[in-house]
Design a protein around this ligand. Structure first.
Ligand code: AMP
Ligand code: GLY
Length: 422
């Protein structure tokens, strides 16, 4: 089988390494991939948002199955376009990807179907939003409606900050059209849990839970990033919590999407907060999370491609999805200065002995040399029987990887470890 993976980050690298384990796979292409992925499979310089280019490539190269990993192409209808050419895909069509593509859609869905989430108001008029903020409880949370590279959420600790956020989204259009509508919602508290799930629209199978570390600096300080590290499983996600989430959130969401005529097939990501009033949905993503995937998939013992095809074919209920009873930790190595400005183009050395467990996010090839080429450069994942060992092993890996200007958090997994010891 010839497989196409759309995307080019650490998440895609993890997906590709897992798909490679299937013996029926003869060739894998990544569009656009990156310099690290190019060491494993063929990368083709077609941008993930170039839907026409992706479809043309897939047709010309007789692709048997495609995995569309990032949010943008999913929301833009990449799966619809590939399906129209007879190419089966893993990932939701555009009608279902709206669950991530529009926060107004997802909030209204949750309200309509009684799925627990933060209280909210939607505004398409800036003046009304500003008036509302005069009396809204503070802190408050302002969210741009559309995709905003993971930056469209502002937690405002003062009324002034809240107003500035509305002005920047609705007047200055810092997120472009994504800020035409904003959601202003209740500030929730509690541990956060990421739960990725496979669903074929009938059955929902949650994967092992995980914990992201979104802030740039140790102790959850500094700016929000795409994610500086992850651990799995998430110790806050007990069996009792999992059951409650299944009954009150996961199944109702799948059913709601079906009722709306937007059957979701693919990986549905539940971003949850375990509040004093029970688990609530912070956000839905229509795709695998990054860097959650880099700890979740290494723990998957069943065959990924088989599961993906079962999702496409609607046979997930009969398919084995088994995770190892172990812990995983992924530490992200970034370019110093990320998520603001940073230098790149530095040569990287990754010891051969650990390269199977290194997922490259931002690098390019210069002949045989691998050069840094992004904010997040790579993730080093270790698996072990205990979380403590997985963390230690992952930091040993990080210390053996060399490139100039490298930066990483030193406390990935610390909070999870403390929670386990509580
Ligand atoms: P997102 O970019 O949607 O992943 O959101 C970024 C982060 O903002 C989340 O991981 C939460 O930590 C935080 N967040 C989003 N919504 C809320 C909320 N209603 N209350 C508290 N924190 C929130
Ligand atoms: N790690 C969060 C995300 O993928 O959106």
């Amino acid at each position: 089988m010839k497989i196409l993976v759309v995307g080019g980050g650490g998440r895609e690298h993890a997906i590709i390494k897992k798909i490679k384990e299937n013996e029926s796979v003869t060739e894998i292409f990544a569009t656009p991939g990156n310099g690290g992925i190019a060491k494993d499979v063929t990368c083709v310089p077609i941008g993930a948002k170039d839907i026409d280019g992706i479809v043309e490539f897939a047709v010309d190269n007789s692709i048997d199955y495609a995995v569309v990993a990032p949010d943008d192409p999913l929301v833009l209808g990449c799966v619809d376009a590939l399906n129209a050419k007879g190419i089966p895909c893993f990932g939701p069509d555009a009608k279902a990807a709206i669950i991530e593509g529009s926060k107004v859609f997802s909030k209204n869905l949750m309200k309509k179907y009684n799925i627990p989430t933060a209280q909210y108001e939607v505004f398409d008029d800036m003046e009304k939003a500003l008036v509302y903020l005069e009396t809204a409880p503070i802190p408050t949370v302002i969210k741009a409606d559309g995709l905003a590279l993971g930056k469209g959420v502002i937690i405002a600790n003062t009324r002034e900050e809240a107003k500035d956020a509305v002005l920047s989204m609705m007047q200055d259009k810092v997120f472009g059209e994504s800020g035409n509508n904003v959601v202003i919602e209740e500030f929730l508290t509690g541990p956060e849990v990421s739960v990725l799930s496979f669903t074929d629209g009938k059955t929902v199978v949650p994967m092992v839970s995980s914990m992201d570390h979104k802030r740039a600096l140790d102790n959850d300080q500094g700016l929000n990033t795409g994610g500086m590290g992850t651990v799995a499983p998430n110790p806050y996600y007990t069996d009792a919590v999992a059951k409650e989430c299944m009954d009150k959130i996961f199944i109702p969401t799948i059913n709601a999407m079906n009722t709306e005529g937007r059957t979701f097939k693919g990986c549905l990501y539940f971003g949850l907060m375990l509040t004093p009033n029970g688990p609530k949905v912070i956000e839905y993503n229509c795709r695998f999370g990054d860097p959650e995937t880099q700890v979740v998939l290494p723990l998957l013992e069943s065959d990924l491609l088989t599961i993906m095809q079962a999702v496409t074919n609607g046979t997930l209920a009969e398919t084995e999805v088994k995770f190892a009873d172990k812990s995983a930790c992924c530490v992200i190595m970034a370019s110093n200065g990320y998520p603001k400005s940073y230098d790149k183009g530095f040569e990287m050395t990754i010891p051969e002995s650990i390269s199977d467990n290194v997922y490259v996010a931002g690098a390019k090839l210069d002949g045989e040399k691998l050069l840094t080429d992004g904010g997040r450069v790579l993730g080093a994942t270790a698996i072990s029987d205990t979380l403590k060992e997985a963390i230690d092993k992952s930091y040993d890996m990080v210390k053996s990887i060399k490139f100039k200007n490298a930066y990483y958090r030193t406390d990935i997994g610390k909070r999870a470890l403390a929670a386990k010891e509580d």
